[in-house]
Structures are given as structure tokens and as C-alpha cells.
Ligand binder design. Structure first.
Ligand SMILES: [Ca+2]
Length: 347
């Protein structure tokens, strides 16, 4: 299930500017004696003055594209343009805006030709605000396509947008199914039929790729995200036909809960179950998983929907009779707490 935080938080549009935008272009930069290069990054330095020392971008060409990458995904309502570097009737004239999503796919292009609305103001110190007919959702990058100028050269002091952060998060790729295969009950070394079992984590490459891809997606929409953690808790639920509730925390390991951490590049195990805890044959255990999105201070960011956070699965090692087809006579039972969902032979 996915949620859209932007729809939950009804708030006034705020200005997106300065460090929230990175401007790049292939257009050449004009040079002036005694003045620092008027490079394109200076249209997002937060300075709108036309007084010396000059700020803004000047290119000797009369058309071309400037790429404005936003620091996260936004829903945009308007574009703000401070035209001309020194207010003397120059600056850009006709322009279009091309809105791209996080994958670089065009969402929408607003063209100066379509409605004649996108004309840069002439000899105007204050910004001109261009309101979009409707909010443009899910924007990561905007291409400012300059089609003509007032004086034969591109001159811009500053640009900005108004809008709100947009987050459309799906549940992370962690599921009850993954949980049921994440741990492989393994007989204690040299153990006989009734030996205790350990519960090593199965490090599966495809699962790590999915989790890391999800973290990287989160980082793009919410820059403060640094990792996705899954904390596993092991509880004991007795030896009746079905698990008894509530259970009790297994204390044969100090690492309970045990945590796995996906950073977007790799998976780390800050804590782990190695030779412990032991599962006792015929006892029910539950492994509960809790997904947490963390920032660089390892603080949890509460951005996931409740349904995405918790999963749980019951395990029991059963020593079987002859009717169960297991070469060792042992099976793993998996339950939802109400019925036995799966009985898997242990080799
Ligand atoms: Ca500026």
C-alpha cells in the first residue's frame, strides 16, 4: 500500500530556492574584467540584488537550456524569475519549462508558445511569478528552456519555485514471505534428533538489492534518510498445538532484538544471531520484524504507513512420525498463530 504525505499535510506552498536547487548548463559563461565569473550556479545563490558585485548568470548566447535539479521531489505551483543581471532592459524573453520526474521522464512541458504566458519581464527588479494552472506533482528536475532574449544574451539573477515536498512511498520490499525464508533453522553442530537449533540469517543477494534500491529511492525523495533497518525480535510461545499468546522474550542471546541495516550500498549487521539463540525442539517461536527508516543520527523517521512496519511469523521444529516425509524425521512448521500454514522437511 502506498501513501502520499503531501495529500495528508495540507499546508501553504513554500518557496523552493537557493540550496534546494542545483543549476547546471552547457552554455558558455560571459566574462567581464574585474568581476568573478557569472556562472550558472549564481542563479540559485539566494542573492537577487543587481548592485555590484554582480550576481547571476550571463551567457553570450540567445537560447539554450538550464537544468534546475531539486534536492528532493516536489509538487510545484509556480516559477519565480528575477530577470536580467543589471536592470537595463535585458534578460530572457520567451521560455518553456520542462518538468521531469525522479527517473528523468518528462511529466509535462509548459511552453511559451501554448499560451504566451512565459515571457521574461523587462527592466523589472522584482521577481515575476508564473502560476501553473494546476499543481505539477512529483517533480525532481526542471529544464528552463530559453528560446529568446531581450538583448541577445541570456541574463538571469535568480530563479525559484513554490510548492511542497511530495512523497509517494510504497511499503519497503520486506514482507512476511521474506521473513519466513530469512532465517534457516539449523541443527546445533553434532546434534542428534532432539538437538537444539540455531537460527542463522540467510543473506540473499536479491533481497539485498531490493532493499538497497528502496533506500536509494527514499534518499532521493527525503535527503535526511541514511538507512533502512529491520529489527528482529525472537519470542517463545510454548509447546501447545498452536502458539500461546503472549510470548516471552528469548534471553539466550543478548542480541534480541537483532538488527540488519541497509544503507543503499550494502547491508550491515550491527547485531547478529550466530550460534545463539537456540530453538528448542517442539517449542513455538515467533520472529517479529519491525522496519525503521533512520537518519544520520540513527533516529527513526516516522514516514512509513503502519501496515508497512510490522510483520511476524511463528516457527516450530517438530520431530515427526513416519507420515511426515522428511529424511531426518524433522520438520519446520510455520504458523500464523491460528493454523499451521506450512510444514517444511528439514534436510
Ligand atoms: Ca543570484
Amino acid at each position: 500500500m502506498c501513501i502520499n504525505i503531501a495529500h495528508q499535510e495540507v499546508e501553504a506552498a513554500s518557496v523552493i530556492h537557493d540550496t534546494q536547487i542545483t543549476a547546471t548548463t552547457n552554455l558558455s559563461v560571459s566574462t567581464f574584467p574585474g568581476i568573478a565569473p557569472l556562472s550558472v550556479d549564481r542563479i540559485v545563490d539566494g542573492i537577487v540584488s543587481d548592485a555590484p558585485p554582480r550576481n547571476g548568470f550571463v551567457s553570450p548566447v540567445s537560447f539554450g537550456t538550464i537544468r534546475l535539479e531539486l534536492d528532493r521531489v516536489y509538487n510545484l505551483d509556480s516559477f519565480l524569475l528575477w530577470n536580467d543581471v543589471v536592470i537595463e532592459g535585458q534578460g530572457i524573453s520567451e521560455f518553456s519549462l520542462n518538468f521531469l520526474d525522479i527517473r528523468g521522464t518528462t511529466i509535462q512541458t509548459l511552453s511559451s508558445n501554448a499560451n504566451g504566458a512565459f515571457i521574461g519581464p523587462r527592466s523589472q527588479f522584482e521577481s515575476e511569478e508564473y502560476f501553473f494552472d494546476s499543481t505539477i506533482s512529483g517533480v525532481k528536475t526542471v529544464e528552463l528552456i530559453v528560446e529568446s532574449t531581450h538583448g541577445g544574451a541570456i541574463e538571469l539573477r535568480e530563479v525559484a519555485f513554490t510548492g511542497n515536498p511530495s512523497v509517494n512511498l510504497c511499503c519497503p520490499p520486506w514482507s512476511e514471505e521474506k521473513l519466513s525464508t530469512a532465517f534457516q533453522a539449523t541443527p546445533e553442530k553434532g546434534g542428534g534428533l532432539f538437538s537444539d537449533y540455531t537460527l542463522p540469517y540467510q543473506n540473499v543477494r536479491s533481497a539485498n538489492l531490493q532493499m538497497n534500491a528502496y533506500v536509494n529511492y527514499l534518499k532521493l525523495v527525503i535527503p535526511s534518510v541514511t538507512s533502512l533497518d529491520v529489527a528482529f525480535t525472537l519470542t517463545n510461545h510454548g509447546n501447545a498445538d498452536l502458539p500461546m499468546l503472549p510470548g516471552s522474550l528469548v534471553t539466550s542471546t543478548s542480541q534480541n532484538p537483532m538488527t540488519l541495516k541497509w544503507t543503499g550500498r550494502f547491508m550491515r549487521r550491527p547485531s547478529f544471531w550466530s550460534d545463539s539463540p537456540f530453538l528448542i525442539v517442539n517449542e513455538w517461536y515467533k520472529i517479529s520484524s519491525k522496519v525503521e527508516v533512520k537518519d544520520e543520527g540513527n533516529q527513526e523517521l516516522n514516514i512509513l504507513e503502519e501496515d508497512c512496519i510490522n510483520a511476524g511469523i511463528f516457527y516450530r521444529i517438530q520431530v515427526s512420525n513416519m507420515r511426515m516425509r522428511s529424511s531426518t524425521g524433522r520438520v519446520l512448521q510455520i504458523s500464523d498463530g491460528k493454523t499451521i500454514l506450512k510444514t517444511v522437511p528439514i534436510k
